[in-house]
Design a binder for this molecule. Structure first.
Ligand code: SDX
Length: 430
């Protein structure tokens, strides 16, 4: 294709500039606006970055209109049916599905990094027992660079890989111990005879006093949840990791910034907010009242777990998690009226003009809480589990950024609307 361009014209000066249009392998073309400030002395303006591509990436593709999600080109539905969280993690980091030997080596390497420095155990004691586990996650993950500083040269691919294994493998241990600490229970160490998701559940719920076997249903359900949360192109927390990493901050610092960003109820904190919302709604007959509240601009209430910046159709992850809800509740013989309430709310909202017009559908966070409850995971640990799942996405995007020929420190500009050059007035004259 001839080099496509778009023309930008300043209608006050008549000056026009040609901006190159770049194609991806799929999805919207992008206008390369890097010359705009130099040529026209103007910035582009896009609060919330709804129309801005911040980078090029080979990792994850989302088509919000079709409800498509690809990890390195593989549809999430196929990975959910045939793959595992660890295999999908290998795919996200290395860019290809592993053969049997590569997978076995990957699993073994991850197992070798699940323990954390014994000195880190004392960090937990500094937190109040009722500290939110995400606060503990931000603190402990950020402190990892104080313990693992032998491989922090971010320009060294091997150092990046070692640090990635450390973050990826240690997060389940750090997370489970945050829960155990909040319960006043002893820490349970990771075990190399258990699979990744199984190990986390064992560290969460086992006791030194007796054998604890993780149910295959729980293991499989958690593995699916972690896979579905693994990556999602340039969402807020991934963009945070990229921005923090663009200063060449060490990976533990960059990832802890992502953990902090994920915590917000508009992002990864939504899964906890959904359950709080469903508890507030209480019963199906209250649904119409809350559907109305969600539309009232004077009311801060929003339907948590609904809507998405990119998906203007069903979030494919929400569909997969909703199906898994049925299976988990059925197989664990758990009756959870919250699942019925969630489905009734979904059905009611999707018939409502306000939600239809704005293309607001359930997102990944709408049903995940139902599964977490069935697995015995408490509300304040939902976003912690999201953190474990998303860690490989953050790490893979961080790693990609540092190999990008177009890599630069991220430094957005602004439209200044403040006062212009006011003279200082001594305090006695104010
Ligand atoms: C995640 O980016 C990702 O990929 C994120 C994520 C990932 O995997 O990383 O998918 C994970 O964060 C999922 C989203 C979880 N958050 C929630 O469920 C919180 C509830 N949702 C909303 O806060 C909202 O939908 C956002 C934050 C998700 C998206 O916000 P946008 O894109 O800025 O959309 P918007 O606020 O501009 O909404 C457009 C309209 C507005 O109404 P109008 O001004 O046009 O009248 O839709 C309304 C909004 O008021 N709206 C909602 C709503 N979400 C949007 N109204 C009621 N309830 C909602 N949930």
């Amino acid at each position: 294709m001839a080099n496509k361009t778009v023309t930008l014209t300043d209608n006050t000066t008549g000056k026009s500039i040609e901006l190159p249009v770049m194609q991806g392998s799929v999805g919207p073309e992008v206008i390369d606006i890097r010359s705009v400030y130099k040529e026209l002395g103007m910035f582009t303006y896009d609060p919330g970055f709804a129309s801005t591509a911040a980078c090029s990436s080979d990792i994850t593709y989302i088509d919000g209109d079709k409800g498509t999600l690809l990890y390195r080109g593989y549809p999430i539905e196929e990975l959910a049916e045939h793959s595992s969280y660890l295999e999908a993690s290998y795919l996200l980091w290395y860019g290809a599905l592993p053969n049997a030997e590569q997978y076995a080596e990957f699993v073994d390497k991850v197992k070798r990094h699940t323990m954390i420095h014994e000195g880190l155990k004392d960090f937990y004691a500094g937190f109040h027992r009722d500290a939110h586990p995400m606060a503990i996650m931000v603190g402990i993950v950020g402190s990892l660079s104080a313990f693992y500083h032998d491989s922090l040269d971010v320009w060294d691919a091997r150092h990046r890989e070692i640090s990635a294994y450390r973050v990826f493998a240690k997060l389940p241990t750090i997370a489970a111990w945050a829960y155990r600490y909040s319960q006043g229970q002893p820490f349970v160490y990771p075990r190399n005879d258990l699979e990744h998701s199984e190990n986390f559940l064992h560290m969460m719920f086992a006791f030194p006093s007796e054998e604890y076997t993780v149910s295959p249903v729980a293991k499989r359900a958690l593995d699916l949840i972690l896979m579905l949360h693994a990556d999602h192109e340039q969402n807020a927390s991934t963009s945070t990791v990229r921005l923090a990493g663009s200063t060449l901050a060490n990976p533990f610092a960059a990832i802890s910034a992502g953990v902090a960003a994920l915590w917000g109820p508009s992002h990864g904190g939504a899964s906890e907010a959904v359950v709080n919302m469903l508890e507030t709604i209480g019963t199906v007959d209250q649904i119409p009242k809350y559907i109305e509240k969600a539309q009232d601009k004077d009311d801060t209430f929003r339907l948590m777990g609904f809507g998405h910046r990119v998906y203007k159709n069903f979030d494919p992850r929400a569909k997969l998690i909703r199906t898994a809800c049925y299976e988990v509740l059925e197989e664990l013989k758990v009756e959870d009226p919250m699942f019925d309430l969630a489905m009734a709310l979904e059905e009611r909202a999707l018939k409502d003009e306000y939600f239809i017009k704005r293309k607001l559908y359930p997102n990944v966070d709408f049903y995940s809480g139902v599964i977490f409850r069935a697995l015995g995971i408490p509300k304040n640990m939902f976003t912690v589990v999201f953190t474990i799942g998303r860690s490989i996405g953050w790490l893979s995007q961080w790693n990609e950024m540092l190999q990008d020929d177009e890599f630069r420190i991220g430094r957005p500009r602004q439209r200044y609307t403040g006062p212009v050059s006011r003279p200082y007035v001594p305090i006695e004259k104010r």
